[in-house]
Design a protein around this ligand. Structure first.
Ligand SMILES: [Mn+2]
Length: 590
């Protein structure tokens, strides 16, 4: 009995091996439908199919992972195989030799799954950019641990990201007008630079594949990945293996943690394309994303172009699309923090077509295209800036004041996972963003820098030497910051035109100040809080139309004046300059 069982077991172990051989032969034999093509013009390893792009799902599985293969097979297939005497039998010797040679060339990579049929695609999670919802409670304990770790490590739902194909399909979310757009006849090629630090494998590779799959080959020179000193195992040799057959993809690594700014510089210096395109490592480019970014640069090399940044939901990976009329442009407040606002009427009127690029005072910074030579002339990024923060405004200000334009291309849509926190460790001893921001204020803001300095209590800290950056401004004869405010961003509130500024202390208890809590959240009650003397959330301005402002938010209250004595009635609300409940008086005697 025991012997018989063992014999049976041995036979069962043979099945996966036989299946593998059958699969190798299947994939090679049906080369008219499925041709492993590692030398395509696009350079990426694609199992090309005759079917259209969306219906092909090349899934490469290394032959050594036979356990996975076994698991991927249904019981039914196993049975069918067991019945075959020898899977090779109906192939002529000549064909078998050829297959073996080809298999050797493929370094043991075989295609396990046949190309997806349309109906399979619908079953694959997240196709067409749809949301993936799973019930965490229904997962096994082991899976739940994975689920939680995914959130913890990435600040997005990595578990879902891993479920979605690396090359998932996306809906074509462009406005119909975009497809009829007349492109400049001489678009030049681009280097796409993606820097990452401990990014999830699925998010990073999906970014790369979305670029490779949705860019016309002649317009994509290369994809440069810059690893900013990741320590996760999947980004070491495994990543090199993941991309080794993607001919246009290069991987650079920094030798210490450099931060976004210097890592991007490293990529920019190595890039060979005429245009540089910077992307985050958790993006998905949609159909037609590239040409509208290149078109304005072909017409005028002194422009920087940003796409419409679409939200990929951090939980469900749903890609949400923005209609052209809802496009927002970039601004900033006097903490020198980027913010979004509605495209001004004057700009809507200036444009003649829906597809015309929209002028934007600033850019968010993660995703943009710029001519390589011009980026070079502009002194690229300030290498004295650390990690992240302020670099986007620096670039925005110099693009505009040094003779260029910053444009948003309404036909280019790129999905981006917006996270609610940064999952990475930051240096604890220095305030990185402040150092960067002081550098940018010193170089570009002229007298207007005082508004920022008031907000940091004139405590500039050690921001290093900016003389090289000032030389760039001089060499390019860039216009003064006042020109920028008058011409590019006339909507900006200028604190110098305000009547008073500072803390607002309680008349009865002088230790208590008015505190607006977080400025990002609208409608939050303004509270009494111990005065901290650090300005920030306790810094207010009285504008010449008698608003009490903090950046774009004004002190406001709902209901009648008698409500004001009740708790939580005083809120900060978007300034509307209509006076009403945002009108205040200042009594000099108090
Ligand atoms: Mn990002």
């Amino acid at each position: 009995m025991i012997f018989r069982r063992r014999g049976l077991l041995k036979y069962l172990f043979l099945i996966p091996a036989l299946w593998l051989i059958a699969v190798v032969l299947f994939s090679l034999r049906s080369s008219t439908q499925v041709q492993p093509d590692v030398n395509t013009d696009q350079g990426e390893l694609i199992l090309k199919t005759d079917q259209n792009k969306e219906s092909s799902t090349p899934t490469l599985i290394n032959s050594k992972s036979s356990k996975d293969n076994e698991e991927a097979l249904g019981v039914h297939e196993k049975e069918k195989l067991a019945k075959n005497k020898h899977p090779d039998e109906d192939h002529p010797q000549e064909e078998r030799d050829k297959a073996r040679a080809q298999a050797k060339e493929m370094k043991g990579q075989v295609q396990l799954m046949p190309p997806d049929k349309k109906e399979n695609l619908k079953e694959s999670p997240g196709e067409m950019g749809n949301a993936v919802n799973i019930d965490k409670d229904k997962l096994t304990r082991e899976e739940r641990v994975k689920f939680d770790a995914g959130w913890k490590n990435n600040a997005f739902n990595q578990y879902i990201s891993d479920m979605i194909r690396l090359r998932r399909s996306l809906a074509d979310i462009r406005d119909p007008e975009c497809k009829k757009m007349e492109l400049h006849p001489n678009l030049t090629d681009a280097s796409v630079i993606i820097i990452f630090h401990n990014e999830a494998r699925s998010a990073l590779l999906r970014t790369v594949y979305s670029v490779l799959d949705r860019s016309p080959s002649p317009l994509l020179h290369e994809v440069i990945l810059v690893d900013d000193y990741s320590d996760k195992e999947h980004l070491k040799l495994e990543l090199e293996d993941d991309i080794k057959d993607l001919k246009k993809v290069r991987l650079l690594r920094t030798s210490k943690r450099e931060g976004l700014i210097r890592a991007r510089l490293k990529g920019a210096v190595a890039a060979k394309g005429k245009v540089l395109i910077f992307l985050d490592s958790h993006c998905e480019c949609t159909e037609g994303w590239l040409e509208p970014l290149l078109d304005p640069i072909a017409r005028n090399p002194k422009v920087a172009v940003v796409p419409i940044i679409e939200i990929i939901d951090d939980n469900t990976f749903h890609l949400v699309s923005t209609p052209i009329q809802n496009i927002q442009v970039g601004g900033f407040d006097w903490n020198l923090i980027f913010n979004w606002h509605v495209t001004p009427d004057r700009e809507m009127k200036r444009r003649t077509k829906k597809t015309d690029p929209i002028r934007s005072p600033t850019m968010a910074g993660g995703l943009f295209a710029i001519d390589r030579d011009w980026f070079d002339q502009l002194g690229m990024y300030d290498p004295g800036m650390d990690i992240w923060g302020g670099e986007n405004l620096e670039l925005s200000f110099k693009v505009w004041t040094c003779g260029g334009e910053l444009l948003c291309a309404p036909c280019s849509h790129i999905g981006h996972i917006f996270r609610k926190r940064s999952p990475y460790e930051w240096p604890k001893d220095v305030n990185v963003v402040k150092k960067n921001t002081v550098r940018l204020a010193e170089v570009w803001l002229d007298d207007y820098k005082k508004y920022y300095y008031e907000r940091i209590n004139n405590d500039l800290g050690n921001y290093g030497d900016v003389s090289d950056r000032l030389k760039i401004r001089e060499r390019l004869q860039c216009k003064p910051f006042k020109w920028y405010l008058d011409n590019v961003y006339p909507e900006q509130f200028i604190p110098g035109e305000s009547l008073f500024f500072g803390e607002i202390r309680n008349r009865g208890n002088k230790e208590v100040c008015l505190d607006s809590q977080e400025v990002e959240e609208s409608d939050k009650p303004v509270i009494g809080y111990p005065c901290h003397g650090q300005a920030g959330n306790q810094f207010f301005l009285m504008s010449k139309i008698n608003e009490i402002r903090r950046e774009e938010k004004c002190l406001d209250y709902s209901g009648g004046e008698q409500q004001l004595n009740q708790p939580n009635k005083l809120v900060s609300f978007s300034c509307h300059s209509m006076r009403g409940n945002q009108l205040w008086d200042y009594e000099a005697s108090s």
